[in-house]
Design a protein. Structure first.
Length: 222
């Protein structure tokens, strides 16, 4: 008798939720390159605004990847055979992404202190390099790793990553990062993401978070 294939419905979770998160990371990493590159030399005020947004982006990406490092790779490695190389490659890509983000962070501080042409252009190059490493990782993770996770993880193991993110991220930033994720989500995706939150969290988003995020977008994107 052939075993039934594992589906999101039968597994109790859907790894495609992560694709929605990745969409926000792709957009923000692109916008950082574009927005920083458009800043006029000497515009300290604008440089500070974008430095703050970089910090929010860095917080979100770090929290997302830390959850995977601690809660996704270990159970997968314990259950894979031939796919172990894929999981190890994902881990190595995390290290490259983290290293490129650290390099960009140092240049952000230098740019804010002295927002000249050289400092700006060096930062733009570092942000572009970071984005290239990030996109390589996200593309392969979605194509190769998520189907593996759908097949091998339990629902509680998958949801543990989201719980870890909520527990370790400052509450005001969670609202803004939720906005990052929901901005380009389709209506059904938005309903799924919000439906996974406790009722008080959904109320806070609707009453406070949406306006907070809209103000942030206007400030950051001008």
């Amino acid at each position: 008798m052939t075993a039934s294939p594992i589906t999101p419905a039968s597994a109790g979770f859907d790894t495609r939720d992560m694709v929605i998160v990745h969409r926000g990371l792709r957009r923000e990493s692109r916008l950082l390159v574009e927005l920083v590159g458009a800043v006029e030399p000497g515009d300290t005020t604008r440089a500070k605004v974008l430095a703050e947004h970089f910090d929010l982006y860095r917080l979100g990406l770090h929290g997302h990847h830390t959850g995977e490092d601690e809660l996704l790779w270990p159970p997968l490695l314990a259950r894979v055979d031939l796919e172990a190389e894929l999981v190890l490659r994902m881990e190595a890509q995390h290290e490259r992404v983290a290293g490129s983000l650290t390099a960009a962070e140092e240049l952000v501080r230098a740019w804010v202190a002295n927002p000249g042409v050289g400092e700006r252009d060096a930062l733009v190059a570092a942000l572009a390099e970071h984005r290239a490493a990030l996109i390589e990782h996200l593309d392969e993770e979605e194509a190769e790793l998520l189907p593996l996770a759908q097949r091998l993880l339990t629902a509680s193991e998958w949801h543990a990553m989201g719980e870890h993110f909520v527990e370790t991220t400052p509450k005001p930033q969670i609202l803004l990062l939720l906005g990052v994720v929901l901005e380009d989500a389709e209506p059904a995706e938005r309903a799924t993401m919000l439906g996974g939150l406790p009722l008080p969290a959904r109320l806070i988003w609707h009453l406070v978070g949406r306006r907070m995020y809209a103000r942030t977008v206007r400030r950051v994107r001008g």
